[in-house]
Design a protein around this ligand. Structure first.
Ligand code: ATR
Length: 275
């Protein structure tokens, strides 16, 4: 039986390496494959899960929002972030979940021993990944989230989407990213840094030295922005942990298996050797 990661383009996905490792380790006969699909076939995929022809799928760009609109059964994270990255069958119904935020927070906990509860967090970006992560930062009771995005209207829409929560929201100009002393954690959810020469200009002069810079990009392994924070003595983290932990959440939804720390670390090591 197959499990797919679907998107367009899909060539660069590392998800098959991760899932096929765990599938073999847990003696599952399933195979996880990449599949490039058109928008027309999304309904058919839901049907295939319902009729147990496939176990489930992971979804990546550009279909996360489409599945949010197509599915009747959605988790609270999928609802709040208006995006679905995992489809699975529960009680004969196809459910949509978004494991990005949980994956991010679990990686932060495991790799940096860091909890977001009561923290003031600067989130760079207002795209799909930002929505998914912020949904979980709110679940875990972050104190304040400051959002900065190149396109102001998208930043406003994101804040409007999450407004009725206990977590406070503020905005910061993209052209003048100058976090104050109160910021505990900075998360880059934008794609700036995927090209080796790109860097986000952040004025770090007010920051405490225990502020963490966390980038959800994992290729390159260290973005220029990460390097500049490290040179100034800050701790940094890349996005590989988030990739593995969001995969582990999906694996749990499909098979009811809670992967161990060792399973996570083994998958991470395999990924690290492939890029
Ligand atoms: P994803 O689902 O990966 O979050 P996305 O929804 O396309 O992808 O969001 C991409 C994010 O990266 C957005 O916040 C985008 O900013 P805009 O809203 O202004 O487009 C940000 N981004 C991409 N390229 C950027 C660049 N060159 N400078 C600044 N921000 C950029």
């Amino acid at each position: 039986m197959k499990i797919y990661v679907i998107g367009k383009p899909i060539k660069h996905s590392m998800s098959p390496i991760i899932h096929n490792y765990w599938l073999r380790k847990y003696s599952k006969s399933h195979v996880y494959e990449k599949k490039e699909v058109c928008k027309d076939s999304l309904k058919k995929i839901i049907e295939q899960i319902k009729t147990k022809k496939i176990v489930g799928v992971n979804v990546t760009i550009p279909y996360k929002k489409d599945f949010y609109n197509l599915l009747e059964n959605l988790s609270s994270n999928a609802k709040n972030s208006k995006a679905v990255n995992t489809l699975y069958l529960k009680n004969d119904n196809v459910y949509g979940e978004n494991t990005d935020g949980i994956g991010y927070c679990k990686a932060l906990k495991q790799e940096m021993n860091y909890e977001v509860k009561d923290k003031n967090i600067l989130v760079l970006g207002s795209g799909g990944a930002s929505f998914g992560i912020i949904s979980e930062l709110i679940n875990r009771k972050a104190s304040k989230i400051i959002v900065s995005n190149r396109t102001k209207i998208k930043c406003n829409q994101l804040i409007e989407n999450f407004r009725n929560n206990k977590t406070k929201f503020e905005k910061m100009e993209w052209q003048k990213i100058e976090p104050s002393r109160e910021i505990d954690l900075i998360i880059n959810t934008t794609s700036v840094g995927m090209k080796e020469n790109e860097q986000i200009n952040i004025d770090t002069k007010n920051l405490e030295k225990n502020t963490i810079f966390s980038d959800i990009i994992y290729s390159p392994k260290k973005t220029r922005t990460m390097k500049s924070f490290e040179e100034k003595g800050f701790l940094t983290q890349n996005g590989l942990g988030m990739l593995i932990f969001q995969a582990a959440e999906a694996f749990r939804l499909w098979f009811g298996i809670n992967l161990t720390k060792q399973d996570i670390n083994e998958a991470k090591r395999i990924c690290e050797t492939t890029y």
